[in-house]
Design a protein around this ligand. Structure first.
Ligand code: UDP
Ligand code: MG
Length: 312
């Protein structure tokens, strides 16, 4: 079978037995409207319910339904990565399987792409059904992340998006262990835009992202795209050294000029402050080297070329 697939839909699934069939139907409705060739790639990420049976029953009946069944739960980002590895389409959609990402949006994103974009992501205008704490922490996190990273990672955006195959090929060359896909995709550059939508409650089942997983995910986002935590020691070292310097002057002043002092105070203060500053700056220097190490270990390509007229 050599026919070209226009759109691959990558669908990570973790305990979504109540959603698989409905998602399939709604996707089909969208593709009836779009009228392009498709494949749905379900990645069952170690579900403990009947998700895989549902997926297999669809695969049996429809040739365009494909599945990858993980041996255990590896996590959402890894499930999506596997889907990207197996996708064959010219364009690839990533969508949650709990219907919080309305499949109907694929139509709009696909049309938007035609205006000349390589990535169109879906930006959440509101989040229904998420508890207030999640709304607040998510809002805060996205804003802090965008402050401390050099690349523009879109705020209030999940992984729901459509992108050209060439972006996916680049992602496959970024073998980082700790995935933060939305950051990696932003990092690749190209023409990226978004459309907005209101995010509804999940159709059925419970979130597979408890706070522990969310925290780890957020931490991945920060450490993969920012060296700010490493630089923190350098900053605080310089601040401590500066304060130490001022205090040293004061200590010397009170010791020798006004001669009003507790014996030993000046020398003790100067020692503590000086050593504290030196230690923090040294830690910062080590941090800088670790930052370089971690950049190299990530093995990201140095640059990405969209076009050139030089043959190689
Ligand atoms: N998911 C997954 N593996 C996990 C957790 C979640 O594949 O370990 C899938 C899940 O089935 C859904 C998507 O990732 O399709 C988003 O997860 P969820 O809806 O639980 O997260 P939330 O929307 O609550 O942040
Ligand atoms: Mg969800």
């Amino acid at each position: 079978m050599n026919s070209v697939i226009e759109i691959s839909v990558v669908i990570p699934v973790y305990n979504e037995e109540g959603n698989v069939f409905l998602l399939f139907e709604r996707l089909n409705n969208v593709f009836d409207k779009l009228n392009v060739s498709k494949e749905y790639i379900f990645i069952n990420d170690g579900s403990k319910d009947k998700s895989i049976e549902r997926i297999k029953s669809l695969a049996k009946e429809y040739g365009y339904v494909k599945f990858v069944n993980f041996s255990r739960n590896f996590g959402h980002q890894i499930a999506v990565s596997a889907g990207l590895d197996y996708a064959n389409g010219e364009k690839i959609v990533i969508i949650d399987s709990d219907l919080q990402d309305p499949p109907e949006l694929i139509y709009d994103m696909y049309i938007k792409m035609k205006e000349g974009y390589e990535v169109v992501y879906a930006k959440r205008k509101s989040r229904e059904g998420d508890p207030l704490t999640k709304k607040i922490t998510a809002k805060l996190f996205y804003r802090i992340l965008s402050k401390i990273t050099e690349i523009n990672i879109p705020v209030d955006t999940g992984d729901y998006r459509i992108m050209e195959k060439k972006i996916v090929e680049i992602l496959k060359n970024m073998p980082e262990q700790e995935k933060y896909l939305r950051g990696q995709i932003a990092w690749t550059g190209f023409r990226q835009t978004f459309i907005e939508f209101n995010r509804h409650e999940r159709h059925s089942g419970n979130t597979g992202y408890p706070y522990s997983k969310m925290f780890r995910f957020a931490f991945n986002g920060i450490t993969s795209f920012s060296n700010f935590p490493l630089k923190f020691a350098t900053y605080s070292g310089f601040i401590a050294a500066f304060i130490a310097f001022l205090l040293m002057i004061y200590a010397l002043y009170s010791r020798f000029i006004i001669k009003d002092y507790v014996p030993g105070w000046a020398s003790l203060m100067i020692c503590i402050l000086f050593l504290g500053g030196v230690q923090l700056i040294s830690l910062g220097i080590i941090g800088e080297y670790i930052a370089r190490l971690s950049a190299n270990i990530k093995k990201r390509p140095l640059y990405i070329i969209d076009e050139t007229n030089i043959a190689k």
